[in-house]
Design a protein around this ligand. Structure first.
Ligand code: ADP
Ligand code: MG
Length: 357
């Protein structure tokens, strides 16, 4: 394995990214172009935008338009907003088709495709299991008792990508479920979709150099203010107990999307067994993943796609995920806890992104 350059400490802490990725400047150059930076809250997490040069109407217009875009995404796919299109579909306890916007259909199509490609490892209908283990929208004051096999079996009857269908015509898009109480939670792909929509806004406004992100899903284009490739830092924990103590691995995305799924921040300890329970559920077992892969980052064309598959690759674990990625020439970077250390393993296609100039 190639030596990895570590650098750009501190920035991640300042920018408030939640799952292991952050924008980061490395190296120095005399070229320094002006930039506009904004950030704020969305989808229960943070968004950030850096535009190199000017934005039509200036910084306030950028903020206004970005928040308009993100508000629309929330109205479409938020699981928590009971009035979103997705929530309405979830409340529609019927197997009759349900009209949705093209955006919602696009996100569901990508989720179904990712699920199919990853043999069901990422499954946007997995909500009942997520709830059962205490990570879902059904809020629990304390950790629920470890579910027994019959509860898991019952929850599994309510999930399955084969029970969810999308059809898109000239002027309509529809979702349909095979069982009335099927629930769809697009949270695991929502950040990627949000980042893509921000990138779309940049394109519409003719911006050539930018970085946009929603939590751990990032899109970049062109060059940064130093006239260099954008560098994104993958958070590399150094000690299990303290994620604040970490290194960061610079990745030059070269205009691609990158996102990370990680299990070291969102977990609970089962008080009875002392076992660490991840918020990522393996739909095949109905249980939280137990392997030692702590994060998977994926570089690809769209953040919707990378965000859809990073969770599934996380379920598969580093070894299987890298095999999968190498067979498809996909760029992925995984971090595995081996003893007391965190080790990096990545696919062949990832190598070129780890060399920044
Ligand atoms: P991460 O950034 O760590 O991937 P996300 O918030 O993107 O976290 O996605 C994790 C959330 O997705 C979980 O909190 C849960 O609601 C849901 N989830 C858990 N396991 C799966 C799975 N196998 N497929 C799809 N969604 C899942
Ligand atoms: Mg994801």
């Amino acid at each position: 394995m190639k030596k990895i350059i570590f650098g750009c400490l501190a920035l991640a802490l300042l920018t408030g990214f939640s799952t292991g990725l952050s924008g980061c400047d490395v190296g120095s150059s005399s070229v320094s172009r002006s930039e506009l930076k904004i950030g704020g809250k969305t989808m229960g997490t943070f968004y950030n935008i850096i535009v190199i040069g000017d934005y039509p109407g200036g910084q306030e217009q950028l903020r206004h338009e970005a928040e308009e875009v993100l508000d629309r995404v929330n109205r479409e796919i938020s699981f928590f907003d009971k009035n979103s299109e997705l929530s309405k579909f979830n409340q529609h306890k019927s197997t009759e088709p349900f009209r949705v916007s093209q955006d919602v259909a696009d996100v569901v199509i990508a989720s179904l495709r990712a699920g199919k490609e990853l043999d069901g490892a990422v499954d946007v209908t997995v909500g009942p299991l997520v709830n059962l283990w205490g990570f879902g929208h059904v809020k629990t004051e304390t950790l629920p008792p470890t579910p027994d096999d019959s509860a898991i079996k019952a929850a599994r009857k309510r999930i399955g990508l084969d029970k969810l269908h999308v059809s898109v015509g000239y002027s309509f898009a529809e979702l349909k479920k095979d069982i009335p109480n099927l629930e769809v939670d697009l949270s695991t792909v929502g950040e990627g979709f949000g980042a893509d929509k921000l990138a779309e806004l940049m394109e519409l406004r003719g911006i050539q150099n930018y970085m946009v992100s929603v939590a751990g899903a990032i899109r970049t284009k062109g060059l940064n203010s130093r006239g260099k490739d954008w560098v994104i830092a993958i958070e590399h924990p150094t000690a299990e107990q303290n994620v604040g103590q970490r290194l960061e691995v610079p990745v030059c995305t070269m205009g691609q999307a990158i996102s990370t799924s990680g299990s070291y921040r969102n977990y609970k300890i089962d008080e009875k067994t002392g076992q660490r329970l991840s918020h990522i559920i393996d739909p095949a077992t109905g249980k939280p993943i137990t392997h030692h892969t702590v994060s998977v980052s994926v570089v690809g064309a769209t953040a919707l796609w990378t965000d859809a598959i990073d969770t599934g690759l996380m379920v598969m674990g580093s070894e299987a995920a890298i095999r999968f990625a190498n067979e498809r020439n996909m760029a992925i970077y995984t971090i595995v806890k081996e003893g007391n250390e965190f080790k990096a393993h990545y696919s062949r296609a990832m190598q070129k992104y780890l060399v920044c100039d």
